[in-house]
Design a protein around this ligand. Structure first.
Ligand code: JD8
Length: 274
């Protein structure tokens, strides 16, 4: 996916044109972008308060520390009639309402046009992620891939969805991916964006304290996580597995791997056949 950037770096050294090295490398260039953080995330929605949880916890801390530049935009700012209308009845009939194209076109114009504050000629564009039940599945690999990109924008649909021409028009000026959180139906894209942003942001260097804990997570290497325990060693007549109190780190590691295999075989045999 080709993205242009007008920062002073030469093509070969500009991080925007090259995916950011993965989490572990410390050579990652910083602050090439006029917004000075490594990753910019924009979310466009008619329910900005739905994204309030991203002010909390590790993501909130990462935003305050300038590791992530997360901006939430209200789509209704781009609906100029008295009722700030963003939806209308579907052509061809049918139940429900469809999101109008004009507010989306304008919202994306502002996003792309405003970057670097020098206007559209910068050529820098985000990767537009549009959640939808018909999208490609969102997986840990998707999160890993997107976490290497410097600028993501998320379009939260509602009602029966967004006018199809918005997808087509956007794809003429930026990369567009329709991604599904899972095979069930939500009422809109906000919940999906909350999950996707958390899964992506926690892979950005510095967001979660010790990146070591990223390594043995479920789906990180295709196996589910092992069971975990903490004090007290005995609780309601239930004991912590003896091996974990042994101090024998090699044996503990073997036991944990065995537990991961058993749990994966029991709950997600599909992961073992991949
Ligand atoms: C975006 C509108 C609601 C969907 C009519 C219900 C993702 N895994 C997922 N399930 N549902 C969504 C999702 C649902 C959305 C929108 C994402 C925008 N709706 C629509 C089609 C049927 N209503 C999702 N990611």
């Amino acid at each position: 996916m080709e993205v242009s950037c007008s920062c002073p770096s030469s093509r070969s050294s500009c991080p925007r044109l090259t995916r950011r090295p993965d989490a572990s490398s410390s050579t990652r260039p910083r602050g090439c972008w006029s917004w000075g953080t490594d990753v910019r995330l924009d979310v466009i929605t008619i329910f900005p308060d739905y994204l309030a949880p991203l002010d909390l916890s590790l993501i909130g801390k990462a935003r305050r520390e300038g590791l992530i530049d997360l901006r939430v935009h209200d789509l209704r700012e781009h609906a100029h009639d008295r009722h700030r209308t963003v939806d209308d009845t579907p052509y061809g009939g049918g139940a429900g309402m469809v999101m109008k194209p004009e507010p989306w076109g304008e919202a994306l114009d502002e996003l792309v046009g405003g970057h670097h504050e020098e206007g559209a000629e910068t050529g820098a564009v985000p990767h537009l992620i549009i959640p939808g039940p018909g999208g490609i599945p969102f997986t840990q690999q998707t999160a890993r891939d997107l976490a290497t990109e410097p600028w993501l924008a998320f379009a939260c649909g509602r009602y029966e969805g967004i006018d199809e021409r918005v997808y087509e028009e956007a794809a003429e000026r930026m990369p567009v991916s329709v991604i599904s959180l899972g095979d069930y139906v939500l009422n809109g894209g906000e919940v999906a964006v909350l999950s996707m942003v958390e899964a992506i942001a926690r892979l950005i260097p510095g967001v979660i304290g010790n990146e070591q804990s990223l390594v043995e997570e479920s789906h990180e290497d295709g196996l589910l996580e092992y069971p975990v325990y903490t004090k007290p060693a005995s609780w309601r007549g239930r004991e912590v597995p003896e091996i974990l109190l042994s101090g024998n780190h090699g044996a503990i590691a073997d036991w944990r791997h065995e537990q991961r295999l058993r749990r994966t075989a029991a709950r997600r045999p599909d992961l073992l056949s991949d």
